[in-house]
Design a protein around this ligand. Structure first.
Ligand code: AMP
Length: 403
């Protein structure tokens, strides 16, 4: 593979896979973060004197249209982002309605230095998600060089994210700047973590996070477990958890995890107390208790003050921090305090020299909500991809470029 920043794109047509799966409401983009994140990569190619063919997916058209026949392909077209892309890049953006049809081939062939061609949503046929080789080869023929800048889909072995790389030699395939940043940050945590290394794992379900916790037992010195998933551990140990979230079929697994951690010398920190609610609602009545004595009719929706203190101390003493998943129902004001306190501790540790990576949808939403996104070392854009990376899986989008 080549290194993007060393590559001279002059006179080259670069096929760039981006993740422009931006939220669109009533035809308007409501958050263009993902588009802006790809701009440095696209601009470098154009400034070098190259041209760009942009490929992306948007939503899940085939599935959604099948589920809801009132929807059609117009509800999923990337044409809706064409003008905004042109304004972000300050250049004309052409559009091809079939990514591998005659029109795309013609427009790609005619593309001039400094110009951009946006291909229609790659998921309009099953070829993309099916990893179809023929489709990937046709896409590959549109350009001279392949750049993958879509970390968010790096865990998918799709035609444009992985298979396509087979049709470029090592010198003409590479990661874009965004993807390179994601991989560097993730590998720094995974392979070069300075200790103490604390992983903060939260969110609703322990079943979603079991693989990541198991893998982190090999790497971390401390694992903080918060959010709804903590109550499965307390119930497994014989505690009373009231109406708190619990996966009854995972009690043995929770106990096994605690045993494995002990055997490996990894310190698991469970919250000792909770903020309780009498219903799952923003206007619920609240109370607090130890996590082994939650009365019936009450549920834990946030970590309590003692847990906030002990968790903060652990975080502040860390040199490497990975955070995935909130400590409570941070979307509701009454139950956001724990997540905010931990975010503040991560910020303080970062200021003191720790490397902190926040990855996974809801913890990213939380640091954004509290305005801390610029005060941690790295905020990942790739929820599922980052999770799979820390589960220890090989991501097809990374492997395809490196092989
Ligand atoms: P996840 O996608 O698994 O990371 O879960 C994130 C979601 O878990 C957020 O929407 C939180 O509101 C929710 N959550 C966090 N703590 C709790 C809790 N104690 N009870 C119920 N839901 C929770």
């Amino acid at each position: 593979m080549s290194k993007f920043s060393n590559y001279n794109f002059s006179g080259k047509k670069a096929l760039v896979r981006v993740d422009f799966n931006v939220p669109i409401k009533d035809g308007k983009i409501t958050d263009d973060t993902r588009m802006r994140a790809a701009v440095p990569t696209l601009k470098k190619i154009l400034t070098d004197g190259g041209s760009v063919i942009v490929m992306s997916h948007w939503g899940r058209p085939l599935k959604e249209i099948k589920k809801d026949p009132s929807k059609d392909f117009a509800d999923f077209t990337l044409k809706r982002i064409q003008d905004h892309l042109a304004s972000l890049l300050d250049t004309e953006v052409h559009f091809a309605t079939d990514p591998v049809g005659n029109e795309a081939q013609l427009k790609a062939a005619e593309l001039q230095t400094g110009e951009v061609l946006l291909l229609e949503n790659l998921r309009f046929t099953q070829h993309e998600e099916g990893g179809d080789r023929d489709f990937a080869e046709k896409l590959a023929k549109l350009g001279d060089v392949y750049v993958n800048d879509a970390f968010g889909t790096a865990h998918r072995a799709h035609a444009s994210t992985a298979v396509i790389a087979d049709f470029f030699d090592a010198d003409n395939k590479m990661f874009g700047l965004l993807m390179e940043g994601e991989i560097d940050a993730a590998e720094k945590v995974m392979n070069e973590a300075q200790k103490p290394f604390t992983a903060i794992i939260g969110g609703a379900k322990v079943s979603d996070k079991i693989l990541i916790i198991e893998n982190l037992l090999e790497k971390a010195t401390d694992i903080i477990i918060g959010g709804g998933m903590a109550y499965t551990f307390f119930k497994a140990q014989g505690g009373k958890i009231g109406n708190s979230l619990c996966e009854d079929d995972r009690l043995d697994m929770a106990n096994d995890l605690l045993k494995k951690a002990e055997a490996k010398g990894v310190c698991i920190h469970l919250p000792s107390d909770s903020i309780l609610a009498d219903k799952f609602a923003p206007d619920a009545d609240t109370s607090s208790s130890a996590n082994t004595e939650i009365p019936d009719g009450w549920m834990g929706l946030d970590i309590g003050p003692i847990a906030c203190d002990t968790f903060s101390k652990v975080v502040k003493e860390s040199k490497t921090i990975l955070w995935n998943g909130p400590m409570g129902v941070f979307e509701m004001d009454k139950f956001q305090h724990g997540t905010k306190t931990i975010a503040e501790a991560v910020v303080a540790a970062t200021k003191a020299g720790a490397f902190s990576l926040v990855g996974g949808g809801d913890s990213v939403a939380a640091v954004n909500k509290f305005g801390f996104a610029n005060d941690v070392s790295y905020v990942s854009t790739g929820g599922g991809a980052m999770l799979e990376f820390f589960e220890g899986k090989d991501l097809p989008g990374i492997a395809a470029i490196r092989k």
